[in-house]
Design a binder for this molecule. Structure first.
Ligand code: TXA
Ligand code: MG
Length: 348
């Protein structure tokens, strides 16, 4: 299959809308990451998403809409959901609700719930409006790769596998949406993202955090969100997180890098902008300013992809405090590192 990569124009969006209605796959930009879309009520089309990504069939998809009336055929909406939609839609919040029968099982992986989201990216909104269909869309990466935050990332992963990629520039947030479940007794964040726990609690009161956000699943523990089970966001190289006091972390990064190179590895560091100069001999990858977790979120996945492009096999990274957007960063970075963490003081 020939994969077209087109800038977002009225013509390319009309083409995309037609392809989606015909049951084809189209990748499109959102404010979080690029999505790989298919008509959500067309089971055959949705099966194509799993094939193109190499995604396990037991990992359900998010249904994207541009108008709340589309939810009527998809899920049971409750008062808490409406308050969240009023506050955060369109935007980077996915809400899990009891599903309706019209949603194909392949979308929900046979769960009795469905994930729904209204994205705020103008190109995503224009496409959803142009086709006027609910669109099932996971992140547009091959399964196991970091989510794509630029059209080129999608092309790198999906060339030959899908008909069309709409280029809408770099994704703003850079990490996938916050996923909150309203299907249990108490609202629970299954995946942290740009809409933080504090922002949610300001609107609906106390919310829980799924236990496995900052650690691997324990043996026999059931993932509340199936996507959390899988090796995810991982570059090919081995990532180790270095925590501790700032100057000690910088010194530890330098020593670890020197040692790894001495052992013959292709080694690099992921560090804050403020430390790039001090680590200039350690192949630094700038992840953003240390007190700006949103900038780190914005850059993280592109950085992880660069590490693969450069065939790095040993990577040492700084960390951010796991609060606010930093919680989302550490959830993804933690998984990229398989939660391998070292305290700088132990190195020095
Ligand atoms: O920002 C985003 O959410 C992007 C853009 C494209 O909208 N999409 C995205 O989709 O990240 P995906 O498929 O990569 O991640 C969806 C996550 C997975 O962890 C999945 O397991 C979870 O949401 N999920 C979907 N439906 C669910 C359900 N019914 N119950 C629990 N978790 C669900
Ligand atoms: Mg994904």
């Amino acid at each position: 299959m020939n994969t077209q990569l087109l800038p977002a124009t009225d013509e390319s969006l009309a083409l995309a809308a037609r392809l989606l209605a015909e049951g084809q796959l189209v990748a499109f930009p959102t404010e979080t990451v690029y999505g790989l879309g298919a008509h959500a009520l067309d089971a055959e089309a949705v099966r194509g998403i799993f094939a193109a990504k190499g995604r396990p069939a037991d990992n359900p998809l998010i249904v994207h809409i541009h108008d709340r009336s589309q939810l009527n055929g998809i899920c049971e909406v409750n008062d808490t959901a409406i308050r969240l939609m009023d506050a955060f839609w369109p935007g980077p919040l996915t809400i899990i609700l009891p599903r309706k029968a019209a949603v194909p099982d392949v979308v929900t992986a046979n769960l009795d719930t469905v994930a729904v989201r209204m994205p705020s990216h103008p190109v995503a909104m224009a496409l959803l409006a142009a086709c006027n269909l609910p669109i099932a869309a996971p992140s547009a990466n091959r399964s196991g790769k970091p989510s794509p935050t630029a059209a080129q990332h999608v092309f790198d992963d999906m060339d030959g596998r899908i008909r069309l990629i709409i280029d809408g520039g770099e994704s703003d947030v850079g990490l996938e949406s916050t996923v909150i479940s309203l299907a249990g007794e108490k609202p629970c964040i299954l995946r942290p993202g740009g809409v933080t726990k504090a922002m949610l609690e300001a609107v609906i009161g106390e919310v829980d955090l799924a236990g496995s956000i900052l650690r691997p699943l324990e043996k026999g523990e059931k993932a509340l969100s199936p996507g959390m089970m899988y090796r995810h966001y991982s570059p090919d190289g081995q990532v180790t997180l270095i925590e501790g006091e700032e100057s000690q972390v910088v010194e530890a990064l330098r020593r670890l890098h020197t040692h790894a190179e001495g052992e013959g590895h292709r080694a690099c560091v992921m560090c804050f902008t403020e430390h790039v100069e001090a680590l200039k001999d350690c192949h630094p990858h700038d992840i953003g300013h240390k007190d700006d977790p949103s900038e780190v979120a914005h850059r993280l996945f592109a950085t992880l992809r660069e590490l693969d492009d450069e065939k790095m096999d040993v990577i040492f990274s700084e960390v951010v405090p796991p609060e606010g957007v930093g919680l989302a960063v550490m959830n993804r970075l933690g998984r990229a590192a398989a939660f391998r963490t070292v305290n700088a003081a132990e190195i020095l």
